[in-house]
Design a protein around this ligand. Structure first.
Ligand SMILES: Cc1cc2nc3c(=O)[nH]c(=O)nc-3n(C[C@H](O)[C@H](O)[C@H](O)COP(=O)(O)O)c2cc1C
Length: 457
């Protein structure tokens, strides 16, 4: 299955909770976070807009990185204040849609491969091949404390565990051969025991016998998504990912990242087009440029600085409450998300921001800075796409569901008119939409070890 390479791919970043601190206070925001119909409505809107997939981020704690307190997160409805479990939410969306890809964020640091592989296989079956997994390694001590540990494991260990986690998950997805479910009532032969295999995995982190108790799913493996930004994270993503999420403060840094990841993928023996890079873009669309800028300014007004700083403290994994608010963010060692740190360093320098201003800016930020009329937003997206900064975008919403409705009504037709985006789905599975091959049994081996020399070593 192949999609023309000159078409962009669109993922939607949908938080199963209030998301950005100012957004839920906007009049266009509906507080439907606790009802299935809210997510089903968003799914239908995105499918109407021919989006490739709907992506749900996740977090396994209420963050307390600002001053050791959850107060700012809860009070301001910041990023980690309320968050439903992505996989059941996506099952509800699967029932209301027929083409949209469904991506759940699941951490390799806190769960076990067997239930995760099973849950994603189940979603892939129930959705007829639309499941994806955003593989995260997590980065918060507050998350560790919900799983019997005081501190989160360090980055090298996180990625070592993630590597073995994916190996085990793939072995489990392969544990039923494609034709193992015979379902012959006459013989009788339900499943052929010769075509269902234990995996007998014994490793540094996991011992798993297998097999899985679900047959190989429509996509073979669900689509694998990753967002690592450190050198270790990029290497991991370049080997395992079908899709990479990222976030950049400028077109230049997006281009650098794009080239770096594609080169890493090729060095591991993959084709550059096997990895789709989708940076965040959170557009603000108005009838005129001025109207869009006014909406942006109003959104910033809705963000108390501490709300943004609370989320930034969580992302960087640094207690920013110890730093002076009226001076710029100093150089710091970041145990958390390197990509977000690079983004705020660039923003701080470019705009001469104090930490207080950065907090406001970060809380209400509109990644990719696509603010203007639908035509102007389309111009910006087209420029990133045609100049080699991305294969499409992960579209965020400043208020939900209204901003997605606006995007689908106004920007998608403009992208389609310019021949930059599909007008119809050409296949049914998420791999079809992304022009990705269905993995053969055993394909995990090349991803785990790299296959640059054409051998499997
Ligand atoms: C667009 C985007 C979405 C992300 N979503 C999540 C998420 O939902 N949950 C999470 O724990 N980490 C998330 N991350 C963080 C990454 O998974 C990763 O842990 C982080 O970039 C740190 O990578 P590094 O250890 O290689 O620096 C996201 C990152 C980006 C850029």
């Amino acid at each position: 299955m192949s999609t023309p390479q000159n078409k962009m791919h669109l993922a939607a970043f949908v938080t199963a909770g209030p998301g950005r601190p100012g957004g839920w206070r906007h009049p266009g925001s509906e507080p439907g976070w606790l009802s299935a119909s809210y997510y089903q409505h968003i799914g239908r809107v995105l499918e109407q807009g021919k989006f490739d997939l709907m992506f749900l981020p996740d977090i396994l704690s209420v963050p307390d990185r600002l001053g050791g307190s959850m107060d700012s997160q809860l009070r301001y409805g910041a990023l980690g204040s309320l968050r439903l479990d992505p996989t059941p939410v996506l099952s509800a969306v699967a029932a209301a849609t027929s083409h949209l890809g469904l991506a759940a964020t699941i951490s390799t640091s806190y769960f076990d491969p067997f239930p995760v592989a099973r849950s994603l296989s189940t979603l892939d079956h129930l959705s007829d091949g639309r499941a994806a997994w955003n593989v995260v390694t997590s980065f918060q001590d507050s998350e560790a404390r919900n799983f019997g540990e005081d501190r989160h494991i360090d980055r090298d260990q996180r990625y070592a565990r993630a590597d073995e986690f994916l190996e085990v998950a793939c072995k489990l997805w392969d544990s039923w051969e494609d034709d193992a479910l015979v379902f012959d009532a006459e013989t009788p032969l339900f499943a052929d025991p010769d075509r269902v295999h234990s995996i007998d995995h014994k490793g540094d982190w996991f011992n798993v016998r297998g097999p899985l108790n679900t047959p190989r799913s429509p996509q073979g493996y669900p689509v694998i998504i990753q967002a690592g930004a450190s050198p270790k994270g990029r290497d991991f993503a370049a080997r395992w990912s079908d899709v990479i999420f990222c976030s950049h403060a400028s077109l230049e840094s997006a281009k650098d990242f794009y080239q770096d990841i594609k080169a890493r993928a090729v060095a591991h023996g993959r084709r550059a087009e096997d990895v789709k890079i989708l940076p965040m873009a959170t557009p603000i669309i108005g009838p005129t440029t001025e109207a869009a800028r006014e909406t942006e300014a109003r959104l910033f007004e809705l963000v108390p600085p501490l709300a943004g700083l609370s989320t930034l403290a969580y992302h960087l994994d640094i207690d920013l409450s110890e730093l002076p608010l009226d001076e710029p963010l100093p150089d710091v060692d970041v145990p958390g998300v390197q990509g977000h740190y690079q983004e705020v360093v660039e923003m701080t320098r470019r705009e001469g921001l104090t930490l207080r201003e950065l907090g406001k800016k970060y809380g209400g930020r509109t990644e990719g800075s696509f603010v203007g009329t639908a035509a102007e937003v389309t111009d910006g997206m087209a420029q990133w796409f045609t100049e080699g900064a991305c294969d499409g975008f992960t579209v965020g919403s400043v208020h939900t569901p209204g901003a997605f409705e606006d995007f689908v009504r106004q920007v998608v037709p403009e992208l389609q008119r310019r021949g930059l985006f599909r007008t119809e789905y050409e296949g049914t599975t998420l791999r079809d939409h992304l022009a990705l091959d269905r993995p053969e049994t055993g394909q995990w081996h090349d991803r785990r070890h790299g296959n640059a020399d054409g051998d499997n070593g």
